[in-house]
Design a protein around this ligand. Structure first.
Ligand code: F6R
Length: 611
Protein backbone atom coordinates (compact mmCIF):
# COMPACT_ATOMS: atom_id res chain seq x y z
CA UNK A 1 0.00 0.00 0.00
CA UNK A 2 1.92 2.98 -1.38
CA UNK A 3 5.39 2.32 -2.67
CA UNK A 4 8.35 4.45 -1.71
CA UNK A 5 11.75 4.69 -3.38
CA UNK A 6 14.72 6.93 -2.70
CA UNK A 7 18.28 7.17 -3.89
CA UNK A 8 21.50 8.91 -2.90
CA UNK A 9 24.82 8.38 -4.64
CA UNK A 10 26.79 9.00 -7.83
CA UNK A 11 24.11 7.84 -10.31
CA UNK A 12 21.38 9.99 -11.78
CA UNK A 13 18.62 9.62 -9.17
CA UNK A 14 15.61 10.01 -11.46
CA UNK A 15 16.00 6.86 -13.62
CA UNK A 16 16.74 4.76 -10.55
CA UNK A 17 13.65 6.09 -8.78
CA UNK A 18 11.39 5.81 -11.84
CA UNK A 19 12.36 2.20 -12.45
CA UNK A 20 11.86 1.46 -8.77
CA UNK A 21 8.40 3.03 -8.81
CA UNK A 22 7.43 0.83 -11.75
CA UNK A 23 8.49 -2.21 -9.76
CA UNK A 24 6.48 -1.06 -6.77
CA UNK A 25 3.42 0.02 -8.71
CA UNK A 26 1.54 -3.05 -7.48
CA UNK A 27 1.42 -1.30 -4.09
CA UNK A 28 -0.79 1.49 -5.39
CA UNK A 29 -1.34 3.34 -8.60
CA UNK A 30 -3.55 6.32 -7.82
CA UNK A 31 -0.72 8.77 -8.46
CA UNK A 32 3.05 8.92 -8.70
CA UNK A 33 5.68 11.55 -8.02
CA UNK A 34 9.34 12.35 -7.46
CA UNK A 35 11.27 15.09 -5.68
CA UNK A 36 14.85 15.78 -6.74
CA UNK A 37 17.48 17.94 -5.09
CA UNK A 38 20.01 19.67 -7.27
CA UNK A 39 20.54 23.40 -7.01
CA UNK A 40 17.03 23.56 -5.56
CA UNK A 41 14.13 21.27 -4.80
CA UNK A 42 12.07 20.11 -7.77
CA UNK A 43 8.84 18.15 -7.37
CA UNK A 44 7.00 16.38 -10.22
CA UNK A 45 3.78 14.52 -9.53
CA UNK A 46 0.81 13.28 -11.44
CA UNK A 47 -2.47 11.49 -10.90
CA UNK A 48 -2.51 7.98 -12.39
CA UNK A 49 0.16 5.41 -13.04
CA UNK A 50 3.91 5.90 -13.13
CA UNK A 51 3.80 6.05 -16.94
CA UNK A 52 1.81 9.32 -16.68
CA UNK A 53 4.47 10.80 -14.45
CA UNK A 54 7.15 9.67 -16.87
CA UNK A 55 5.37 11.33 -19.76
CA UNK A 56 4.93 14.48 -17.74
CA UNK A 57 8.63 14.83 -17.02
CA UNK A 58 9.79 14.58 -20.63
CA UNK A 59 12.02 17.55 -21.45
CA UNK A 60 12.32 18.67 -17.81
CA UNK A 61 15.63 19.16 -16.01
CA UNK A 62 15.84 16.00 -13.93
CA UNK A 63 19.52 16.06 -13.07
CA UNK A 64 20.14 15.12 -9.42
CA UNK A 65 22.04 12.61 -7.29
CA UNK A 66 19.52 12.54 -4.49
CA UNK A 67 15.78 12.07 -4.73
CA UNK A 68 12.63 10.44 -3.40
CA UNK A 69 9.68 8.90 -5.24
CA UNK A 70 6.23 7.57 -4.41
CA UNK A 71 3.41 5.61 -5.93
CA UNK A 72 0.17 6.13 -4.05
CA UNK A 73 -2.79 4.15 -2.84
CA UNK A 74 -5.05 6.92 -1.60
CA UNK A 75 -6.12 7.03 2.04
CA UNK A 76 -6.64 10.72 2.94
CA UNK A 77 -7.81 12.77 0.02
CA UNK A 78 -8.94 11.68 -3.42
CA UNK A 79 -6.45 10.58 -6.06
CA UNK A 80 -5.37 13.77 -7.87
CA UNK A 81 -2.22 15.78 -8.60
CA UNK A 82 -2.59 17.84 -5.45
CA UNK A 83 -2.73 14.86 -3.10
CA UNK A 84 0.06 13.01 -4.89
CA UNK A 85 3.38 12.59 -3.03
CA UNK A 86 6.05 13.92 -2.55
CA UNK A 87 4.66 16.82 -0.54
CA UNK A 88 6.68 19.94 0.07
CA UNK A 89 6.68 21.97 3.28
CA UNK A 90 5.46 25.55 3.65
CA UNK A 91 9.00 26.92 3.37
CA UNK A 92 9.47 24.91 0.17
CA UNK A 93 12.70 23.49 1.56
CA UNK A 94 11.59 20.03 2.69
CA UNK A 95 9.96 17.28 0.67
CA UNK A 96 8.58 14.03 2.02
CA UNK A 97 7.06 10.71 0.92
CA UNK A 98 4.97 8.59 3.26
CA UNK A 99 3.44 5.14 3.37
CA UNK A 100 0.93 4.64 6.19
CA UNK A 101 -1.66 6.64 8.08
CA UNK A 102 -1.21 9.40 10.65
CA UNK A 103 -4.24 8.96 12.88
CA UNK A 104 -3.93 12.18 14.89
CA UNK A 105 -3.30 14.36 11.84
CA UNK A 106 -6.52 16.39 12.27
CA UNK A 107 -5.46 17.68 15.68
CA UNK A 108 -1.94 18.48 14.45
CA UNK A 109 -3.39 20.27 11.44
CA UNK A 110 -5.51 22.50 13.68
CA UNK A 111 -2.44 23.45 15.71
CA UNK A 112 -0.51 24.25 12.55
CA UNK A 113 -3.35 26.24 10.98
CA UNK A 114 -3.49 28.36 14.16
CA UNK A 115 0.23 29.06 13.65
CA UNK A 116 -0.44 30.24 10.10
CA UNK A 117 0.48 27.14 8.12
CA UNK A 118 -1.43 26.53 4.92
CA UNK A 119 -2.06 23.24 3.14
CA UNK A 120 -2.20 22.48 -0.55
CA UNK A 121 -3.49 18.91 -0.17
CA UNK A 122 -5.98 16.95 1.92
CA UNK A 123 -3.37 14.47 3.08
CA UNK A 124 -2.16 13.47 6.53
CA UNK A 125 1.36 13.42 5.01
CA UNK A 126 1.48 17.16 4.38
CA UNK A 127 0.42 17.72 7.98
CA UNK A 128 3.22 15.54 9.35
CA UNK A 129 5.75 17.23 7.07
CA UNK A 130 4.83 20.72 8.24
CA UNK A 131 4.72 19.54 11.83
CA UNK A 132 8.34 18.42 11.36
CA UNK A 133 9.23 21.72 9.70
CA UNK A 134 7.64 23.69 12.53
CA UNK A 135 9.71 21.79 15.11
CA UNK A 136 12.87 22.27 13.03
CA UNK A 137 12.34 26.03 12.82
CA UNK A 138 11.28 26.55 16.45
CA UNK A 139 14.00 24.34 17.93
CA UNK A 140 16.62 25.49 15.41
CA UNK A 141 17.64 21.85 15.20
CA UNK A 142 18.78 19.54 12.39
CA UNK A 143 16.09 17.73 10.44
CA UNK A 144 16.97 14.41 12.04
CA UNK A 145 16.26 15.88 15.49
CA UNK A 146 12.99 17.45 14.33
CA UNK A 147 11.85 14.11 12.92
CA UNK A 148 12.64 12.36 16.19
CA UNK A 149 10.69 14.89 18.23
CA UNK A 150 7.75 14.81 15.82
CA UNK A 151 7.50 11.03 15.74
CA UNK A 152 7.10 10.89 19.49
CA UNK A 153 3.76 12.67 19.04
CA UNK A 154 2.58 10.67 16.07
CA UNK A 155 -0.15 8.06 16.37
CA UNK A 156 -0.30 5.75 13.39
CA UNK A 157 1.85 3.85 10.96
CA UNK A 158 4.50 5.25 8.68
CA UNK A 159 7.51 4.98 6.58
CA UNK A 160 8.68 8.47 5.78
CA UNK A 161 11.64 9.68 3.74
CA UNK A 162 12.63 13.35 3.65
CA UNK A 163 15.03 15.52 1.73
CA UNK A 164 16.12 18.98 2.81
CA UNK A 165 17.29 21.74 0.50
CA UNK A 166 19.59 23.06 3.24
CA UNK A 167 21.26 19.67 3.63
CA UNK A 168 21.43 18.24 0.12
CA UNK A 169 23.68 15.28 0.87
CA UNK A 170 21.42 13.51 3.37
CA UNK A 171 18.22 11.48 3.31
CA UNK A 172 16.30 11.03 6.55
CA UNK A 173 13.97 8.05 6.86
CA UNK A 174 11.95 6.49 9.66
CA UNK A 175 9.65 3.56 10.08
CA UNK A 176 6.85 2.28 12.27
CA UNK A 177 4.51 -0.41 11.01
CA UNK A 178 5.18 -0.03 7.29
CA UNK A 179 8.13 -1.68 5.52
CA UNK A 180 11.46 -0.04 4.66
CA UNK A 181 14.49 -1.72 3.09
CA UNK A 182 17.81 0.04 2.54
CA UNK A 183 20.14 -1.30 -0.13
CA UNK A 184 23.83 -0.78 0.54
CA UNK A 185 25.85 -0.04 -2.59
CA UNK A 186 29.38 1.24 -3.11
CA UNK A 187 29.11 4.86 -1.98
CA UNK A 188 25.37 4.81 -2.65
CA UNK A 189 22.15 3.86 -0.91
CA UNK A 190 18.78 2.77 -2.24
CA UNK A 191 15.59 2.90 -0.17
CA UNK A 192 12.38 1.10 -1.02
CA UNK A 193 9.24 -0.51 0.38
CA UNK A 194 10.53 -3.91 -0.68
CA UNK A 195 13.66 -5.27 -2.25
CA UNK A 196 12.43 -5.35 -5.86
CA UNK A 197 13.75 -1.86 -6.84
CA UNK A 198 17.06 -2.61 -5.14
CA UNK A 199 17.96 -6.10 -6.35
CA UNK A 200 19.39 -4.85 -9.63
CA UNK A 201 22.03 -2.76 -7.86
CA UNK A 202 22.96 -4.63 -4.70
CA UNK A 203 22.08 -7.73 -2.72
CA UNK A 204 23.11 -6.28 0.62
CA UNK A 205 20.20 -4.79 2.48
CA UNK A 206 19.16 -3.59 5.90
CA UNK A 207 15.55 -4.01 7.03
CA UNK A 208 14.82 -0.98 9.17
CA UNK A 209 12.98 -1.79 12.41
CA UNK A 210 10.03 0.00 13.94
CA UNK A 211 10.91 3.21 15.78
CA UNK A 212 14.25 3.57 14.00
CA UNK A 213 15.45 6.67 12.19
CA UNK A 214 17.98 6.33 9.38
CA UNK A 215 20.37 9.14 8.51
CA UNK A 216 21.70 8.28 5.09
CA UNK A 217 24.51 9.83 3.09
CA UNK A 218 26.01 8.35 -0.07
CA UNK A 219 28.79 6.69 1.91
CA UNK A 220 27.23 6.34 5.35
CA UNK A 221 24.20 4.78 7.00
CA UNK A 222 23.44 5.64 10.61
CA UNK A 223 20.52 4.07 12.43
CA UNK A 224 19.20 5.49 15.68
CA UNK A 225 16.24 4.72 17.87
CA UNK A 226 13.80 7.37 19.01
CA UNK A 227 15.94 7.82 22.12
CA UNK A 228 18.80 8.99 19.86
CA UNK A 229 20.90 5.89 20.57
CA UNK A 230 22.93 4.40 17.69
CA UNK A 231 21.70 1.00 16.49
CA UNK A 232 23.88 -1.47 14.61
CA UNK A 233 22.52 -2.01 11.08
CA UNK A 234 22.03 -5.72 10.48
CA UNK A 235 23.01 -6.48 6.87
CA UNK A 236 21.09 -9.28 5.14
CA UNK A 237 21.94 -10.86 1.77
CA UNK A 238 18.98 -10.93 -0.61
CA UNK A 239 18.12 -14.35 -1.97
CA UNK A 240 16.24 -13.17 -5.05
CA UNK A 241 17.03 -12.94 -8.73
CA UNK A 242 16.03 -10.14 -11.10
CA UNK A 243 14.19 -12.61 -13.39
CA UNK A 244 11.75 -13.33 -10.57
CA UNK A 245 10.35 -9.81 -10.77
CA UNK A 246 10.10 -9.58 -14.55
CA UNK A 247 7.29 -10.83 -16.80
CA UNK A 248 9.48 -13.33 -18.63
CA UNK A 249 7.52 -13.29 -21.89
CA UNK A 250 4.04 -13.50 -20.34
CA UNK A 251 1.47 -10.81 -21.08
CA UNK A 252 0.83 -10.21 -17.40
CA UNK A 253 2.41 -11.01 -14.07
CA UNK A 254 -0.83 -12.69 -13.04
CA UNK A 255 -0.59 -15.20 -15.90
CA UNK A 256 3.09 -15.77 -15.23
CA UNK A 257 2.35 -16.41 -11.57
CA UNK A 258 -0.51 -18.81 -12.35
CA UNK A 259 1.79 -20.75 -14.65
CA UNK A 260 4.61 -20.73 -12.11
CA UNK A 261 2.57 -22.82 -9.68
CA UNK A 262 4.06 -26.23 -10.50
CA UNK A 263 7.46 -24.73 -9.66
CA UNK A 264 6.38 -22.71 -6.66
CA UNK A 265 4.59 -25.63 -5.04
CA UNK A 266 7.59 -27.79 -5.79
CA UNK A 267 9.95 -25.17 -4.28
CA UNK A 268 7.78 -25.04 -1.23
CA UNK A 269 7.93 -28.81 -0.71
CA UNK A 270 11.58 -29.15 -1.73
CA UNK A 271 13.95 -29.94 1.12
CA UNK A 272 11.03 -30.41 3.48
CA UNK A 273 8.92 -33.29 2.25
CA UNK A 274 10.58 -36.63 1.64
CA UNK A 275 7.64 -38.83 0.72
CA UNK A 276 9.68 -41.94 0.18
CA UNK A 277 11.05 -41.95 3.69
CA UNK A 278 7.98 -40.35 5.18
CA UNK A 279 9.73 -37.32 6.68
CA UNK A 280 8.74 -33.69 6.83
CA UNK A 281 11.49 -31.32 7.94
CA UNK A 282 10.38 -27.87 9.03
CA UNK A 283 12.90 -26.53 11.51
CA UNK A 284 10.87 -23.50 12.56
CA UNK A 285 7.84 -25.62 13.29
CA UNK A 286 9.84 -28.45 14.90
CA UNK A 287 10.92 -26.13 17.69
CA UNK A 288 7.28 -25.63 18.67
CA UNK A 289 5.99 -29.09 17.68
CA UNK A 290 5.25 -30.14 21.29
CA UNK A 291 3.29 -26.99 21.96
CA UNK A 292 1.28 -27.40 18.76
CA UNK A 293 0.62 -31.09 19.46
CA UNK A 294 -0.65 -30.17 22.93
CA UNK A 295 -2.48 -26.99 21.92
CA UNK A 296 -6.19 -26.89 22.75
CA UNK A 297 -6.78 -24.36 20.07
CA UNK A 298 -5.21 -23.04 16.88
CA UNK A 299 -6.36 -19.71 15.52
CA UNK A 300 -5.58 -18.87 11.88
CA UNK A 301 -5.42 -15.11 11.39
CA UNK A 302 -5.33 -13.60 7.91
CA UNK A 303 -7.08 -11.41 5.34
CA UNK A 304 -8.46 -11.98 1.84
CA UNK A 305 -7.00 -14.86 -0.11
CA UNK A 306 -4.75 -15.79 2.80
CA UNK A 307 -7.88 -16.07 4.95
CA UNK A 308 -9.28 -18.51 2.40
CA UNK A 309 -6.10 -20.58 2.76
CA UNK A 310 -6.75 -20.53 6.51
CA UNK A 311 -10.27 -21.88 5.94
CA UNK A 312 -8.94 -24.82 3.92
CA UNK A 313 -6.34 -25.42 6.64
CA UNK A 314 -9.05 -25.42 9.31
CA UNK A 315 -10.65 -28.45 7.65
CA UNK A 316 -7.27 -30.15 7.21
CA UNK A 317 -6.04 -29.56 10.77
CA UNK A 318 -9.30 -30.65 12.33
CA UNK A 319 -9.33 -33.79 10.24
CA UNK A 320 -5.71 -34.79 10.65
CA UNK A 321 -4.76 -33.33 14.03
CA UNK A 322 -8.08 -33.30 15.88
CA UNK A 323 -7.34 -29.82 17.24
CA UNK A 324 -10.00 -27.17 17.52
CA UNK A 325 -9.25 -24.57 14.84
CA UNK A 326 -10.77 -21.13 14.38
CA UNK A 327 -10.17 -18.91 11.37
CA UNK A 328 -10.35 -15.20 11.99
CA UNK A 329 -10.33 -12.10 9.84
CA UNK A 330 -7.35 -10.26 11.28
CA UNK A 331 -9.25 -6.96 11.18
CA UNK A 332 -11.98 -8.36 13.44
CA UNK A 333 -9.70 -10.36 15.67
CA UNK A 334 -7.49 -7.43 16.55
CA UNK A 335 -10.32 -5.21 17.77
CA UNK A 336 -12.57 -7.76 19.43
CA UNK A 337 -10.77 -8.47 22.69
CA UNK A 338 -10.61 -12.17 21.83
CA UNK A 339 -10.04 -14.80 24.51
CA UNK A 340 -6.42 -15.90 24.22
CA UNK A 341 -5.02 -18.44 26.63
CA UNK A 342 -1.36 -19.06 27.24
CA UNK A 343 -0.25 -21.79 24.87
CA UNK A 344 -2.82 -21.02 22.18
CA UNK A 345 -1.20 -21.26 18.79
CA UNK A 346 -1.86 -18.47 16.33
CA UNK A 347 -0.96 -19.09 12.70
CA UNK A 348 -0.61 -15.84 10.76
CA UNK A 349 -0.95 -16.38 7.02
CA UNK A 350 0.25 -13.62 4.74
CA UNK A 351 1.82 -13.31 1.32
CA UNK A 352 3.33 -9.87 1.88
CA UNK A 353 4.06 -10.29 5.56
CA UNK A 354 3.10 -6.62 5.90
CA UNK A 355 -0.71 -6.64 6.15
CA UNK A 356 -1.34 -4.18 8.97
CA UNK A 357 -4.34 -5.95 10.50
CA UNK A 358 -2.61 -9.32 10.58
CA UNK A 359 0.52 -7.77 12.02
CA UNK A 360 -1.26 -5.99 14.87
CA UNK A 361 -3.47 -9.03 15.55
CA UNK A 362 -0.42 -11.23 16.16
CA UNK A 363 1.38 -8.57 18.17
CA UNK A 364 -1.64 -8.42 20.48
CA UNK A 365 -1.91 -12.20 20.72
CA UNK A 366 1.82 -12.55 21.37
CA UNK A 367 1.65 -10.09 24.25
CA UNK A 368 -1.04 -12.33 25.81
CA UNK A 369 1.17 -15.42 25.71
CA UNK A 370 0.12 -17.05 22.44
CA UNK A 371 2.70 -18.78 20.27
CA UNK A 372 2.81 -17.16 16.84
CA UNK A 373 3.67 -19.14 13.75
CA UNK A 374 4.01 -17.23 10.50
CA UNK A 375 3.19 -18.72 7.12
CA UNK A 376 4.63 -15.89 5.08
CA UNK A 377 5.98 -15.43 1.57
CA UNK A 378 8.17 -12.34 1.82
CA UNK A 379 11.38 -13.14 3.65
CA UNK A 380 12.30 -10.68 6.38
CA UNK A 381 8.85 -9.05 6.36
CA UNK A 382 7.28 -7.65 9.53
CA UNK A 383 4.95 -10.60 10.20
CA UNK A 384 7.81 -13.04 9.73
CA UNK A 385 9.86 -11.07 12.20
CA UNK A 386 7.15 -10.76 14.85
CA UNK A 387 6.35 -14.49 14.66
CA UNK A 388 8.02 -16.85 17.15
CA UNK A 389 8.64 -19.30 14.32
CA UNK A 390 7.11 -20.35 11.07
CA UNK A 391 7.66 -21.53 7.55
CA UNK A 392 8.21 -19.42 4.47
CA UNK A 393 6.10 -20.34 1.45
CA UNK A 394 8.98 -19.79 -1.02
CA UNK A 395 6.63 -18.79 -3.85
CA UNK A 396 8.97 -16.00 -4.96
CA UNK A 397 7.84 -12.39 -5.51
CA UNK A 398 4.14 -12.15 -6.30
CA UNK A 399 3.63 -8.98 -8.30
CA UNK A 400 0.15 -9.37 -9.81
CA UNK A 401 -2.14 -7.68 -7.33
CA UNK A 402 -4.48 -10.68 -7.22
CA UNK A 403 -2.92 -13.45 -5.22
CA UNK A 404 -2.51 -16.78 -7.03
CA UNK A 405 0.72 -18.68 -6.50
CA UNK A 406 0.93 -17.48 -2.90
CA UNK A 407 -2.40 -19.22 -2.17
CA UNK A 408 -1.33 -22.65 -3.41
CA UNK A 409 2.02 -22.31 -1.64
CA UNK A 410 0.23 -21.41 1.59
CA UNK A 411 -1.88 -24.55 1.20
CA UNK A 412 1.24 -26.64 0.61
CA UNK A 413 2.93 -25.32 3.76
CA UNK A 414 -0.17 -25.61 5.92
CA UNK A 415 -0.76 -29.18 4.70
CA UNK A 416 2.80 -30.14 5.58
CA UNK A 417 2.40 -28.67 9.07
CA UNK A 418 -0.88 -30.55 9.57
CA UNK A 419 0.67 -33.82 8.34
CA UNK A 420 3.61 -33.39 10.66
CA UNK A 421 1.56 -32.50 13.72
CA UNK A 422 -1.12 -35.12 13.06
CA UNK A 423 1.52 -37.81 12.70
CA UNK A 424 3.45 -36.75 15.80
CA UNK A 425 0.23 -36.52 17.77
CA UNK A 426 -0.89 -39.94 16.65
CA UNK A 427 -4.19 -38.75 15.17
CA UNK A 428 -2.94 -39.46 11.65
CA UNK A 429 -2.23 -43.17 11.11
CA UNK A 430 1.02 -44.15 9.43
CA UNK A 431 -0.55 -45.49 6.22
CA UNK A 432 -2.65 -42.43 5.62
CA UNK A 433 0.28 -40.18 6.46
CA UNK A 434 2.43 -41.95 3.88
CA UNK A 435 -0.34 -41.85 1.28
CA UNK A 436 -0.91 -38.12 1.79
CA UNK A 437 2.84 -37.41 1.69
CA UNK A 438 3.12 -39.23 -1.64
CA UNK A 439 0.07 -37.48 -3.06
CA UNK A 440 1.33 -34.10 -1.91
CA UNK A 441 4.62 -34.71 -3.67
CA UNK A 442 2.71 -35.43 -6.90
CA UNK A 443 0.75 -32.15 -6.83
CA UNK A 444 3.19 -30.04 -8.93
CA UNK A 445 2.97 -32.55 -11.77
CA UNK A 446 -0.82 -32.51 -11.63
CA UNK A 447 -0.83 -28.72 -11.72
CA UNK A 448 1.31 -28.87 -14.87
CA UNK A 449 -1.25 -31.18 -16.51
CA UNK A 450 -4.12 -28.97 -15.41
CA UNK A 451 -2.58 -25.82 -16.84
CA UNK A 452 -2.65 -27.37 -20.29
CA UNK A 453 -6.37 -26.64 -20.33
CA UNK A 454 -5.82 -22.92 -20.48
CA UNK A 455 -7.19 -22.59 -24.03
CA UNK A 456 -10.45 -24.30 -23.03
CA UNK A 457 -10.80 -21.99 -20.03
CA UNK A 458 -10.11 -19.00 -22.27
CA UNK A 459 -13.05 -20.06 -24.46
CA UNK A 460 -15.28 -20.34 -21.40
CA UNK A 461 -14.19 -16.86 -20.42
CA UNK A 462 -15.33 -15.54 -23.80
CA UNK A 463 -18.66 -17.32 -23.41
CA UNK A 464 -19.45 -16.02 -19.92
CA UNK A 465 -17.69 -12.64 -19.91
CA UNK A 466 -20.87 -10.60 -20.19
CA UNK A 467 -22.62 -12.12 -17.17
CA UNK A 468 -23.58 -9.56 -14.56
CA UNK A 469 -23.22 -11.89 -11.58
CA UNK A 470 -21.59 -15.23 -10.84
CA UNK A 471 -22.19 -17.73 -8.06
CA UNK A 472 -19.43 -20.11 -6.90
CA UNK A 473 -20.50 -23.16 -4.91
CA UNK A 474 -18.48 -25.87 -3.21
CA UNK A 475 -18.60 -28.01 -0.11
CA UNK A 476 -16.06 -29.23 2.42
CA UNK A 477 -12.49 -28.53 1.34
CA UNK A 478 -13.83 -26.90 -1.80
CA UNK A 479 -16.03 -24.37 -0.01
CA UNK A 480 -13.10 -21.98 0.59
CA UNK A 481 -12.13 -22.55 -3.05
CA UNK A 482 -15.58 -21.25 -4.04
CA UNK A 483 -14.90 -18.12 -1.96
CA UNK A 484 -11.51 -17.73 -3.57
CA UNK A 485 -12.88 -18.19 -7.09
CA UNK A 486 -15.49 -15.50 -6.46
CA UNK A 487 -12.91 -13.12 -4.99
CA UNK A 488 -10.60 -13.56 -7.99
CA UNK A 489 -13.42 -12.83 -10.43
CA UNK A 490 -14.57 -9.73 -8.53
CA UNK A 491 -11.16 -8.16 -8.28
CA UNK A 492 -9.97 -8.90 -11.81
CA UNK A 493 -13.12 -8.53 -13.93
CA UNK A 494 -15.31 -6.29 -11.72
CA UNK A 495 -18.16 -8.80 -12.11
CA UNK A 496 -20.18 -9.28 -8.97
CA UNK A 497 -19.52 -12.80 -7.66
CA UNK A 498 -20.32 -14.62 -4.47
CA UNK A 499 -19.03 -17.86 -3.03
CA UNK A 500 -21.17 -20.07 -0.83
CA UNK A 501 -21.15 -23.52 0.68
CA UNK A 502 -23.25 -25.33 -1.93
CA UNK A 503 -25.94 -26.39 0.54
CA UNK A 504 -26.31 -22.87 1.89
CA UNK A 505 -27.50 -21.76 -1.53
CA UNK A 506 -31.05 -22.88 -0.67
CA UNK A 507 -31.12 -20.43 2.23
CA UNK A 508 -31.20 -17.34 0.08
CA UNK A 509 -28.85 -17.08 -2.91
CA UNK A 510 -31.02 -19.44 -4.97
CA UNK A 511 -33.36 -16.49 -5.45
CA UNK A 512 -30.73 -15.05 -7.83
CA UNK A 513 -30.80 -18.04 -10.14
CA UNK A 514 -32.25 -17.58 -13.62
CA UNK A 515 -31.08 -18.40 -17.14
CA UNK A 516 -28.56 -15.54 -17.10
CA UNK A 517 -26.68 -16.62 -13.97
CA UNK A 518 -23.51 -18.71 -14.37
CA UNK A 519 -22.98 -20.94 -11.35
CA UNK A 520 -19.51 -22.43 -10.95
CA UNK A 521 -19.63 -25.70 -9.04
CA UNK A 522 -16.46 -27.11 -7.60
CA UNK A 523 -17.65 -30.68 -7.76
CA UNK A 524 -14.54 -32.85 -7.60
CA UNK A 525 -14.82 -36.43 -6.33
CA UNK A 526 -14.74 -36.13 -2.57
CA UNK A 527 -16.97 -37.12 0.34
CA UNK A 528 -19.48 -34.43 -0.60
CA UNK A 529 -19.73 -35.27 -4.27
CA UNK A 530 -23.25 -36.77 -4.30
CA UNK A 531 -24.59 -33.85 -2.29
CA UNK A 532 -23.02 -31.33 -4.66
CA UNK A 533 -24.61 -33.12 -7.61
CA UNK A 534 -28.01 -32.65 -5.93
CA UNK A 535 -27.25 -28.94 -5.57
CA UNK A 536 -26.31 -28.83 -9.24
CA UNK A 537 -29.67 -30.35 -10.11
CA UNK A 538 -31.41 -27.68 -8.08
CA UNK A 539 -29.66 -24.97 -10.09
CA UNK A 540 -30.44 -26.66 -13.42
CA UNK A 541 -34.11 -26.97 -12.43
CA UNK A 542 -34.14 -23.17 -12.24
CA UNK A 543 -32.38 -22.77 -15.58
CA UNK A 544 -29.06 -21.52 -14.16
CA UNK A 545 -25.96 -22.06 -16.29
CA UNK A 546 -23.66 -24.59 -14.68
CA UNK A 547 -19.87 -24.61 -15.11
CA UNK A 548 -18.58 -27.62 -13.23
CA UNK A 549 -15.01 -28.22 -12.09
CA UNK A 550 -14.89 -32.01 -11.92
CA UNK A 551 -12.68 -35.07 -12.11
CA UNK A 552 -12.38 -37.25 -15.18
CA UNK A 553 -15.27 -39.69 -15.78
CA UNK A 554 -17.86 -37.87 -13.67
CA UNK A 555 -20.75 -38.66 -16.02
CA UNK A 556 -23.41 -37.28 -13.69
CA UNK A 557 -21.85 -33.81 -13.69
CA UNK A 558 -21.09 -33.96 -17.41
CA UNK A 559 -24.80 -34.61 -18.11
CA UNK A 560 -25.98 -31.80 -15.89
CA UNK A 561 -23.44 -29.10 -16.58
CA UNK A 562 -23.38 -26.66 -19.48
CA UNK A 563 -19.60 -26.70 -19.39
CA UNK A 564 -17.01 -28.68 -17.50
CA UNK A 565 -13.38 -28.24 -16.57
CA UNK A 566 -11.55 -31.44 -15.69
CA UNK A 567 -8.98 -31.43 -12.91
CA UNK A 568 -6.76 -34.40 -11.98
CA UNK A 569 -7.87 -36.60 -9.11
CA UNK A 570 -6.27 -36.29 -5.68
CA UNK A 571 -7.06 -36.96 -2.06
CA UNK A 572 -9.80 -34.53 -1.04
CA UNK A 573 -7.48 -32.78 1.42
CA UNK A 574 -5.24 -31.79 -1.47
CA UNK A 575 -7.90 -30.99 -4.04
CA UNK A 576 -8.07 -27.21 -3.34
CA UNK A 577 -4.51 -26.83 -4.69
CA UNK A 578 -5.84 -28.14 -8.00
CA UNK A 579 -9.45 -26.95 -8.14
CA UNK A 580 -8.51 -23.31 -7.53
CA UNK A 581 -6.31 -23.12 -10.63
CA UNK A 582 -9.06 -23.13 -13.31
CA UNK A 583 -10.85 -20.45 -11.28
CA UNK A 584 -7.73 -18.27 -11.32
CA UNK A 585 -7.50 -18.74 -15.08
CA UNK A 586 -11.20 -18.06 -15.62
CA UNK A 587 -10.96 -14.76 -13.73
CA UNK A 588 -7.77 -13.85 -15.59
CA UNK A 589 -9.17 -14.53 -19.07
CA UNK A 590 -12.46 -12.75 -18.35
CA UNK A 591 -10.51 -9.71 -17.14
CA UNK A 592 -8.28 -9.77 -20.22
CA UNK A 593 -11.24 -10.17 -22.58
CA UNK A 594 -12.77 -7.06 -21.02
CA UNK A 595 -9.46 -5.28 -21.63
CA UNK A 596 -8.96 -4.58 -17.95
CA UNK A 597 -5.63 -4.10 -16.23
CA UNK A 598 -5.53 -7.50 -14.55
CA UNK A 599 -2.20 -6.87 -12.85
CA UNK A 600 -3.43 -3.66 -11.30
CA UNK A 601 -7.17 -3.84 -10.74
CA UNK A 602 -8.83 -0.56 -9.81
CA UNK A 603 -8.84 0.58 -6.19
CA UNK A 604 -6.65 -2.28 -5.02
CA UNK A 605 -3.10 -2.50 -3.77
CA UNK A 606 -0.99 -5.51 -3.12
CA UNK A 607 0.31 -4.91 0.33
CA UNK A 608 -2.35 -3.52 2.65
CA UNK A 609 -0.25 -1.70 5.20
CA UNK A 610 -3.12 0.44 6.46
CA UNK A 611 -5.96 -0.96 8.53
C1 F6R B 1 -6.66 -11.15 -3.19
C2 F6R B 1 -5.56 -10.59 -2.44
C3 F6R B 1 -5.84 -10.06 -1.08
C4 F6R B 1 -4.75 -10.52 -0.10
C5 F6R B 1 -4.95 -9.85 1.26
C6 F6R B 1 -3.96 -10.34 2.29
O1 F6R B 1 -6.25 -11.59 -4.44
O2 F6R B 1 -4.46 -10.55 -2.89
O3 F6R B 1 -7.10 -10.44 -0.63
O4 F6R B 1 -4.81 -11.90 0.02
O5 F6R B 1 -4.84 -8.46 1.12
O6 F6R B 1 -2.66 -10.05 1.90
P1 F6R B 1 -1.42 -10.79 2.52
O7 F6R B 1 -1.53 -12.22 2.16
O8 F6R B 1 -0.25 -10.11 1.91
O9 F6R B 1 -1.49 -10.60 4.01
Amino acid sequence: MCGIVAYIGPREAYPVILKGLKRLEYRGYDSAGVALLNSGLKVFKKKGKVAELEENTIGKDLHAHIGIGHTRWATHGEPNDRNAHPHSSNSGKLAMIHNGIIENYAQLKQELVRKGYHFKSDTDTEVLLNFIEDIKINNKCPLEEAVRIALKRIVGAYVIVLIDQDNPDTLIAARKGSPLVIGIGKNEHFLASDASPIIEYTKEVVYVNDYEIAIIKADELILKNLGNERQTPFITKLDMELAAIEKGGYDHFMLKEIFEQPTTIYDCLRGRLDAENGTITMSGIQKYADQIVNAHRIVMVACGTSWHAGLVAEYIFEELCRINVEVEYASEFRYRNPVINKGDVIIAISQSGETADTLVAIENAKSKGAIILGVVNVVGSSIARVSNAGAYTHAGPEIGVASTKAFTAQLAVLTMIALKIGYEKGTLPHDRYMQLARELEAIPEKVTALLQQHEHIKQLAEKYRDARDFLYLGRGYNFPVALEGALKLKEISYIHAEGYPAAEMKHGPIALVDETLPVVFIATKDSYHEKVISNMQEIKARKGKVIAVINEGDEQSIKLADDVIIVPEADEILLPMLSVIPLQLLAYYIGVSKELDVDKPRNLAKSVTVE
